[in-house]
Write a protein that binds this ligand. Structure first.
Ligand code: NAG
Ligand code: NAG
Length: 283
């Protein structure tokens, strides 16, 4: 008995010594896209960011949370007031996101200017919801902190409601309940950069939604052409007949259900990013 308690005590102390909140590089095992991510283990919720290697006016973001969480949000300027606030949730299987703002500590209203688009792999399975989005015209604004520092540490804000969905939950601009948890974290946006930002954007656009039972099993990431066991019709391409249509760099060249071009341009190879999306990437 004493031994069991001693064991539990050691585990408890170890758990205490590890912070529940971290900012680190996190690679999504489904799409293989890597984000710089703030993760709060106590609520199993993450806020990830991916920036182009040369600063532009956009970034890609991801929210992951248990399926019952009401909504998840980020302030692009850290504090709540006068900065763009992105609010997202999954209603059933449908992901929703909007950009809002408020000058007061009051419910924020939808705004125009920043443009958010839901990307593939968003949705919900039995346990989790995830919203992957592209945010364009999102790095500067008037008021608040005025913009995102894309060259070093930047304060983002985060907020969530533990269990109440916005009402009505099928409207992206629905009224929300006040957050049950909110704070800020510092994230180095240089660490969040990717030299293959555009390729990853295309990959994410083409990844199917998360559904119950998903995400699907990944077959491969490292082979050059289609070596998977998926029923793609052109696996034996070593004939000398005229080549088929050529896909453009970063375009799709294969994957389950794909019937478009499977040839990549000179200097590029077709690489499986996941079962559903094979992409022309530089050789
Ligand atoms: C970008 O957003 C700002 C507000 O932050 C807005 O004034 C401007 O019109 C937007 N630009 C475009 C091209 O949408
Ligand atoms: C549900 O999705 C989450 C997030 O993508 C994933 O971590 C988890 O393994 C999935 N659960 C099941 C049962 O597929």
């Amino acid at each position: 008995m004493l031994a069991i308690f001693g064991f539990l005590l050691v585990i408890g102390l170890q758990a205490l010594s590890v912070s529940a909140q971290t900012v680190s590089r996190w690679c999504d095992s489904w799409t293989n896209v890597c984000f710089q991510r703030f993760y709060d283990a106590s609520i199993d919720t993450g806020w990830g960011y991916l920036f182009p290697s040369t600063p532009r006016t956009e970034f890609i973001g991801i929210f992951t949370a248990p399926v019952g969480v009401g909504w998840v949000g980020t302030s692009l300027g850290g504090g709540m007031r006068s900065n763009p606030l992105l609010l997202a949730w999954v209603n059933g299987q449908t992901p929703l996101i909007s950009v809002r703002s408020t000058a007061q500590y009051a419910p924020p209203s939808p705004i125009t200017g920043p443009r958010v688009t839901i990307l593939g792999s968003s949705g919900a399975n039995a346990t989790h919801q995830r919203i992957v989005y592209r945010c364009e015209n999102c790095t500067t604004w008037s008021g608040g902190t005025g913009g995102i520092n894309q060259n070093g540490n930047h304060m983002f804000g985060y907020a969530t409601h533990a269990n109440i969905k916005p009402s009505p939950p099928n409207s992206a601009t629905a009224g929300i309940q006040r957050h049950t948890l909110a704070n800020q974290f510092s994230l180095n946006t240089v660490d969040a950069r990717s030299t293959t930002y555009d390729a990853q954007l295309t990959l994410l656009v083409n990844t199917p939604p998360l559904v119950p039972g998903g995400p699907p099993i990944i077959i491969t990431t490292s082979s050059s052409s289609s070596t998977s066991t998926t029923p793609i019709t052109q696996t034996s391409t070593s004939t000398s007949t005229a080549p088929g249509p050529t896909q453009s760099l970063y375009g799709q060249c294969g994957g389950l259900g794909w019937s478009g071009p499977t040839q990549c341009p000179v200097g590029a190879v077709c690489r499986a990013a996941n079962n559903f999306f094979h992409q022309c990437v530089p050789a």
